[in-house]
Structure formats: C-alpha cells, structure tokens
Design a protein around this ligand. Sequence first.
Ligand SMILES: [Zn+2]
Length: 371
Amino acid sequence: MIEIMTKHKRLWETFHALTAIDSPSFGERKFCDELKKRLIALGVEVYEDNAGDKIGGDSGNLYGYLPGDTALPPVLLSAHMDTVEPGKGKRAIVDSSGLITSAGDTVLGADDVAGITIILEAITRLRENGRPHRPVELLFPAAEEKYGVGSAVADYSRVASKEAYTLDLCGSIGEAANAAPTIIAFEVSVKGKAAHAGFVAKEGIHAINAVAGAIAALPEPLEGTICNIGQISGGIANNIVPDLCRVSGEIRSLFHDKALAQWEAVKNTFEREAARVGAIAAANMRVETTAYTTPLEARVVQRFKAACAKVGVTDYIHATMGGSDNNNFALRGIEGIVIACSMHDVHSTREYSRLGELQQCVELVLELVKG
Ligand SMILES: [Zn+2]
C-alpha cells in the first residue's frame, strides 16, 4: 500500500478529490469550478463558453490553453466533466495493488475523471520538467453522456488545433478508437382504434399487434449497422383493444449513409405494416452523433503509435460503436482519436481504474505533446 501510494500519491489525490464532486450531466457547475481553479494554478488560461444556456445545464464547456513552442502545431486534449448515474456521493477507494473502485453503491466516475486526472498530471509534469512542448489546448465538455450535446455547441472559435486526443475509452493503455458511429435515435407511434375486447374486438384496430408485425418484419441491419428496439409501451387496460403503441430505438453505423438507409427501412416497415391492418404509423428520428473515420495514416494516429512504442505499450487501433466528443470535433475538421485512459466496466457500480495505468497514460500524453 505504502509503496504504490508514494509512487502515485498525486494522481490518487487528484482522482479521489475529483470523483468526490457530484457532476451529473447538466449539473457540472461545482466540478467545472474546481477544475478551473486547478488549471489556473497550473498556469493554464481558461475560458468557459455559454453552452450551459443552450443545453439547459448549469455549466458550459471549459476550454484551456497552455502556451508552448509556437513553431510546433498545437494539440487538443479532451475529457468530459459529467458522469453517469448513480453518481451522487461517489467515494473512490484504492487497494494495495493500486486498484481503484467505488465504495459500492455508485459508479466510480473514472469515466471520465480518469481522463481529466491524466491531463492535469501531465500538465503538472510539463510545468515541473520545463521541457519544450507543443501549445496544448484543452477542452472539458459538459454533458458528453447525453450524446455529446455540450461539445456539439461548444465555442470552437478559440480552438486552433487540427489534431485531438480524447481520453474517453475503455481498454488497455495503448488502445485507441479511430472510427465511431452515426447514432440515430428514433421513435414510432402507431395509432389504431380502441374497442371493447370482449364484445366488439373486430371493430378495433390493434396497435400493439401492428407494432409486433412491424418488428417481426424489420429487415436485417445492413453490414456494420446495429438496429435496436429499446423501449415499447402501449395499451391501457386488459379489456380494451389498444389504440396506441409507442416504440423507440437506436441505429448505429460507422457509415453515416448506411445509418440513414437503415432508418428509411425501419420507417417504411412500420408504415407498411401499420397500414396493412388499418393503423397509422408516425415515425421521427434524430441524428445524435455523426460517424467519422480517422485514417490510420493520419499524423494524429502515427504520433500515437510512436508514443506507445516510446512508452512501451502495444498500440491497438480499432473502430468503436460508441460515440464521444470526438464525433463533434471531427465535424469541425479536427482529426482525432479516442484513447483508453484506465476506465473499465464503465456505466456500472463495478467500474474501476488502476493507478499504474493512469501513470502509464500520463507518460503517453507527455509523448503526444512533446516538442
Ligand atoms: Zn465517457
């Protein structure tokens, strides 16, 4: 215990202190204030945008700038401020091997405090060692866990970087995602006609049956595409032919046009199958994130691979089916990847992190920003 804690004392203190602050999506105020304070103490210029007003949260996205060698291209490091539920009263505990878990009844919050802790430690180290480095831009978005709505409306006018590393991925240090999906959320309402189920059932139009028929008739998703019916509700009593049934779900694809094509197929199937029994389907969708693929030849990827080699970890670059703030960076022409930062079993109370991995990722980040 003593040994590992002495070695990683500062990392642990930062991680512990930051996870102790409640920071639900749209309620990141206290967390943002603490982060601001810490960044200013490290000589980082900070600026908070007004995204909070736009998304109905109490905090904007926090931008930071650490001046560096202006002859070198700036680099953007990012990690989101919000954590998922259950996340109130989080308490991180560490054991003698450096394994960090939550006290049990909440998530740990490593997603994404691990990323923030690593960035803060890397900046602290840069200040201490005085070595030349690239100008470093930081972006700590609010409400990433809500399909990245914070970074979607961030003020990008200050962001000069064309390369980004988003610290927000599960897996071993060295793992990174260079592609992420378009995510479409959809909802279909099928309207039939109510009737007494005991006396005149044939006069009704069974909305639940219509939906069941549509779901059974849904085409196989296109290759590399996922379609999930996540929620269904309908009917009000056992003796009434239900006149309304609502369905909602999600489509994900690494190719934006395939996601749209899948949506068209879903919509058409519901409309066709509802019409077949005399019901009417009203279908709506929203594009939550837009797919990107950062080529493996891109400098941002090559630099990451070189940094992994330098630090002695194996690089493993692959696509992910999860969205992140990097989807929004890609929309703004910033080429980026999402890198693993010691968060495991996220979005559950089993979530954990490791001090040794956090330290490894700090070394990796120091390589990424090196002059
Ligand atoms: Zn995350």
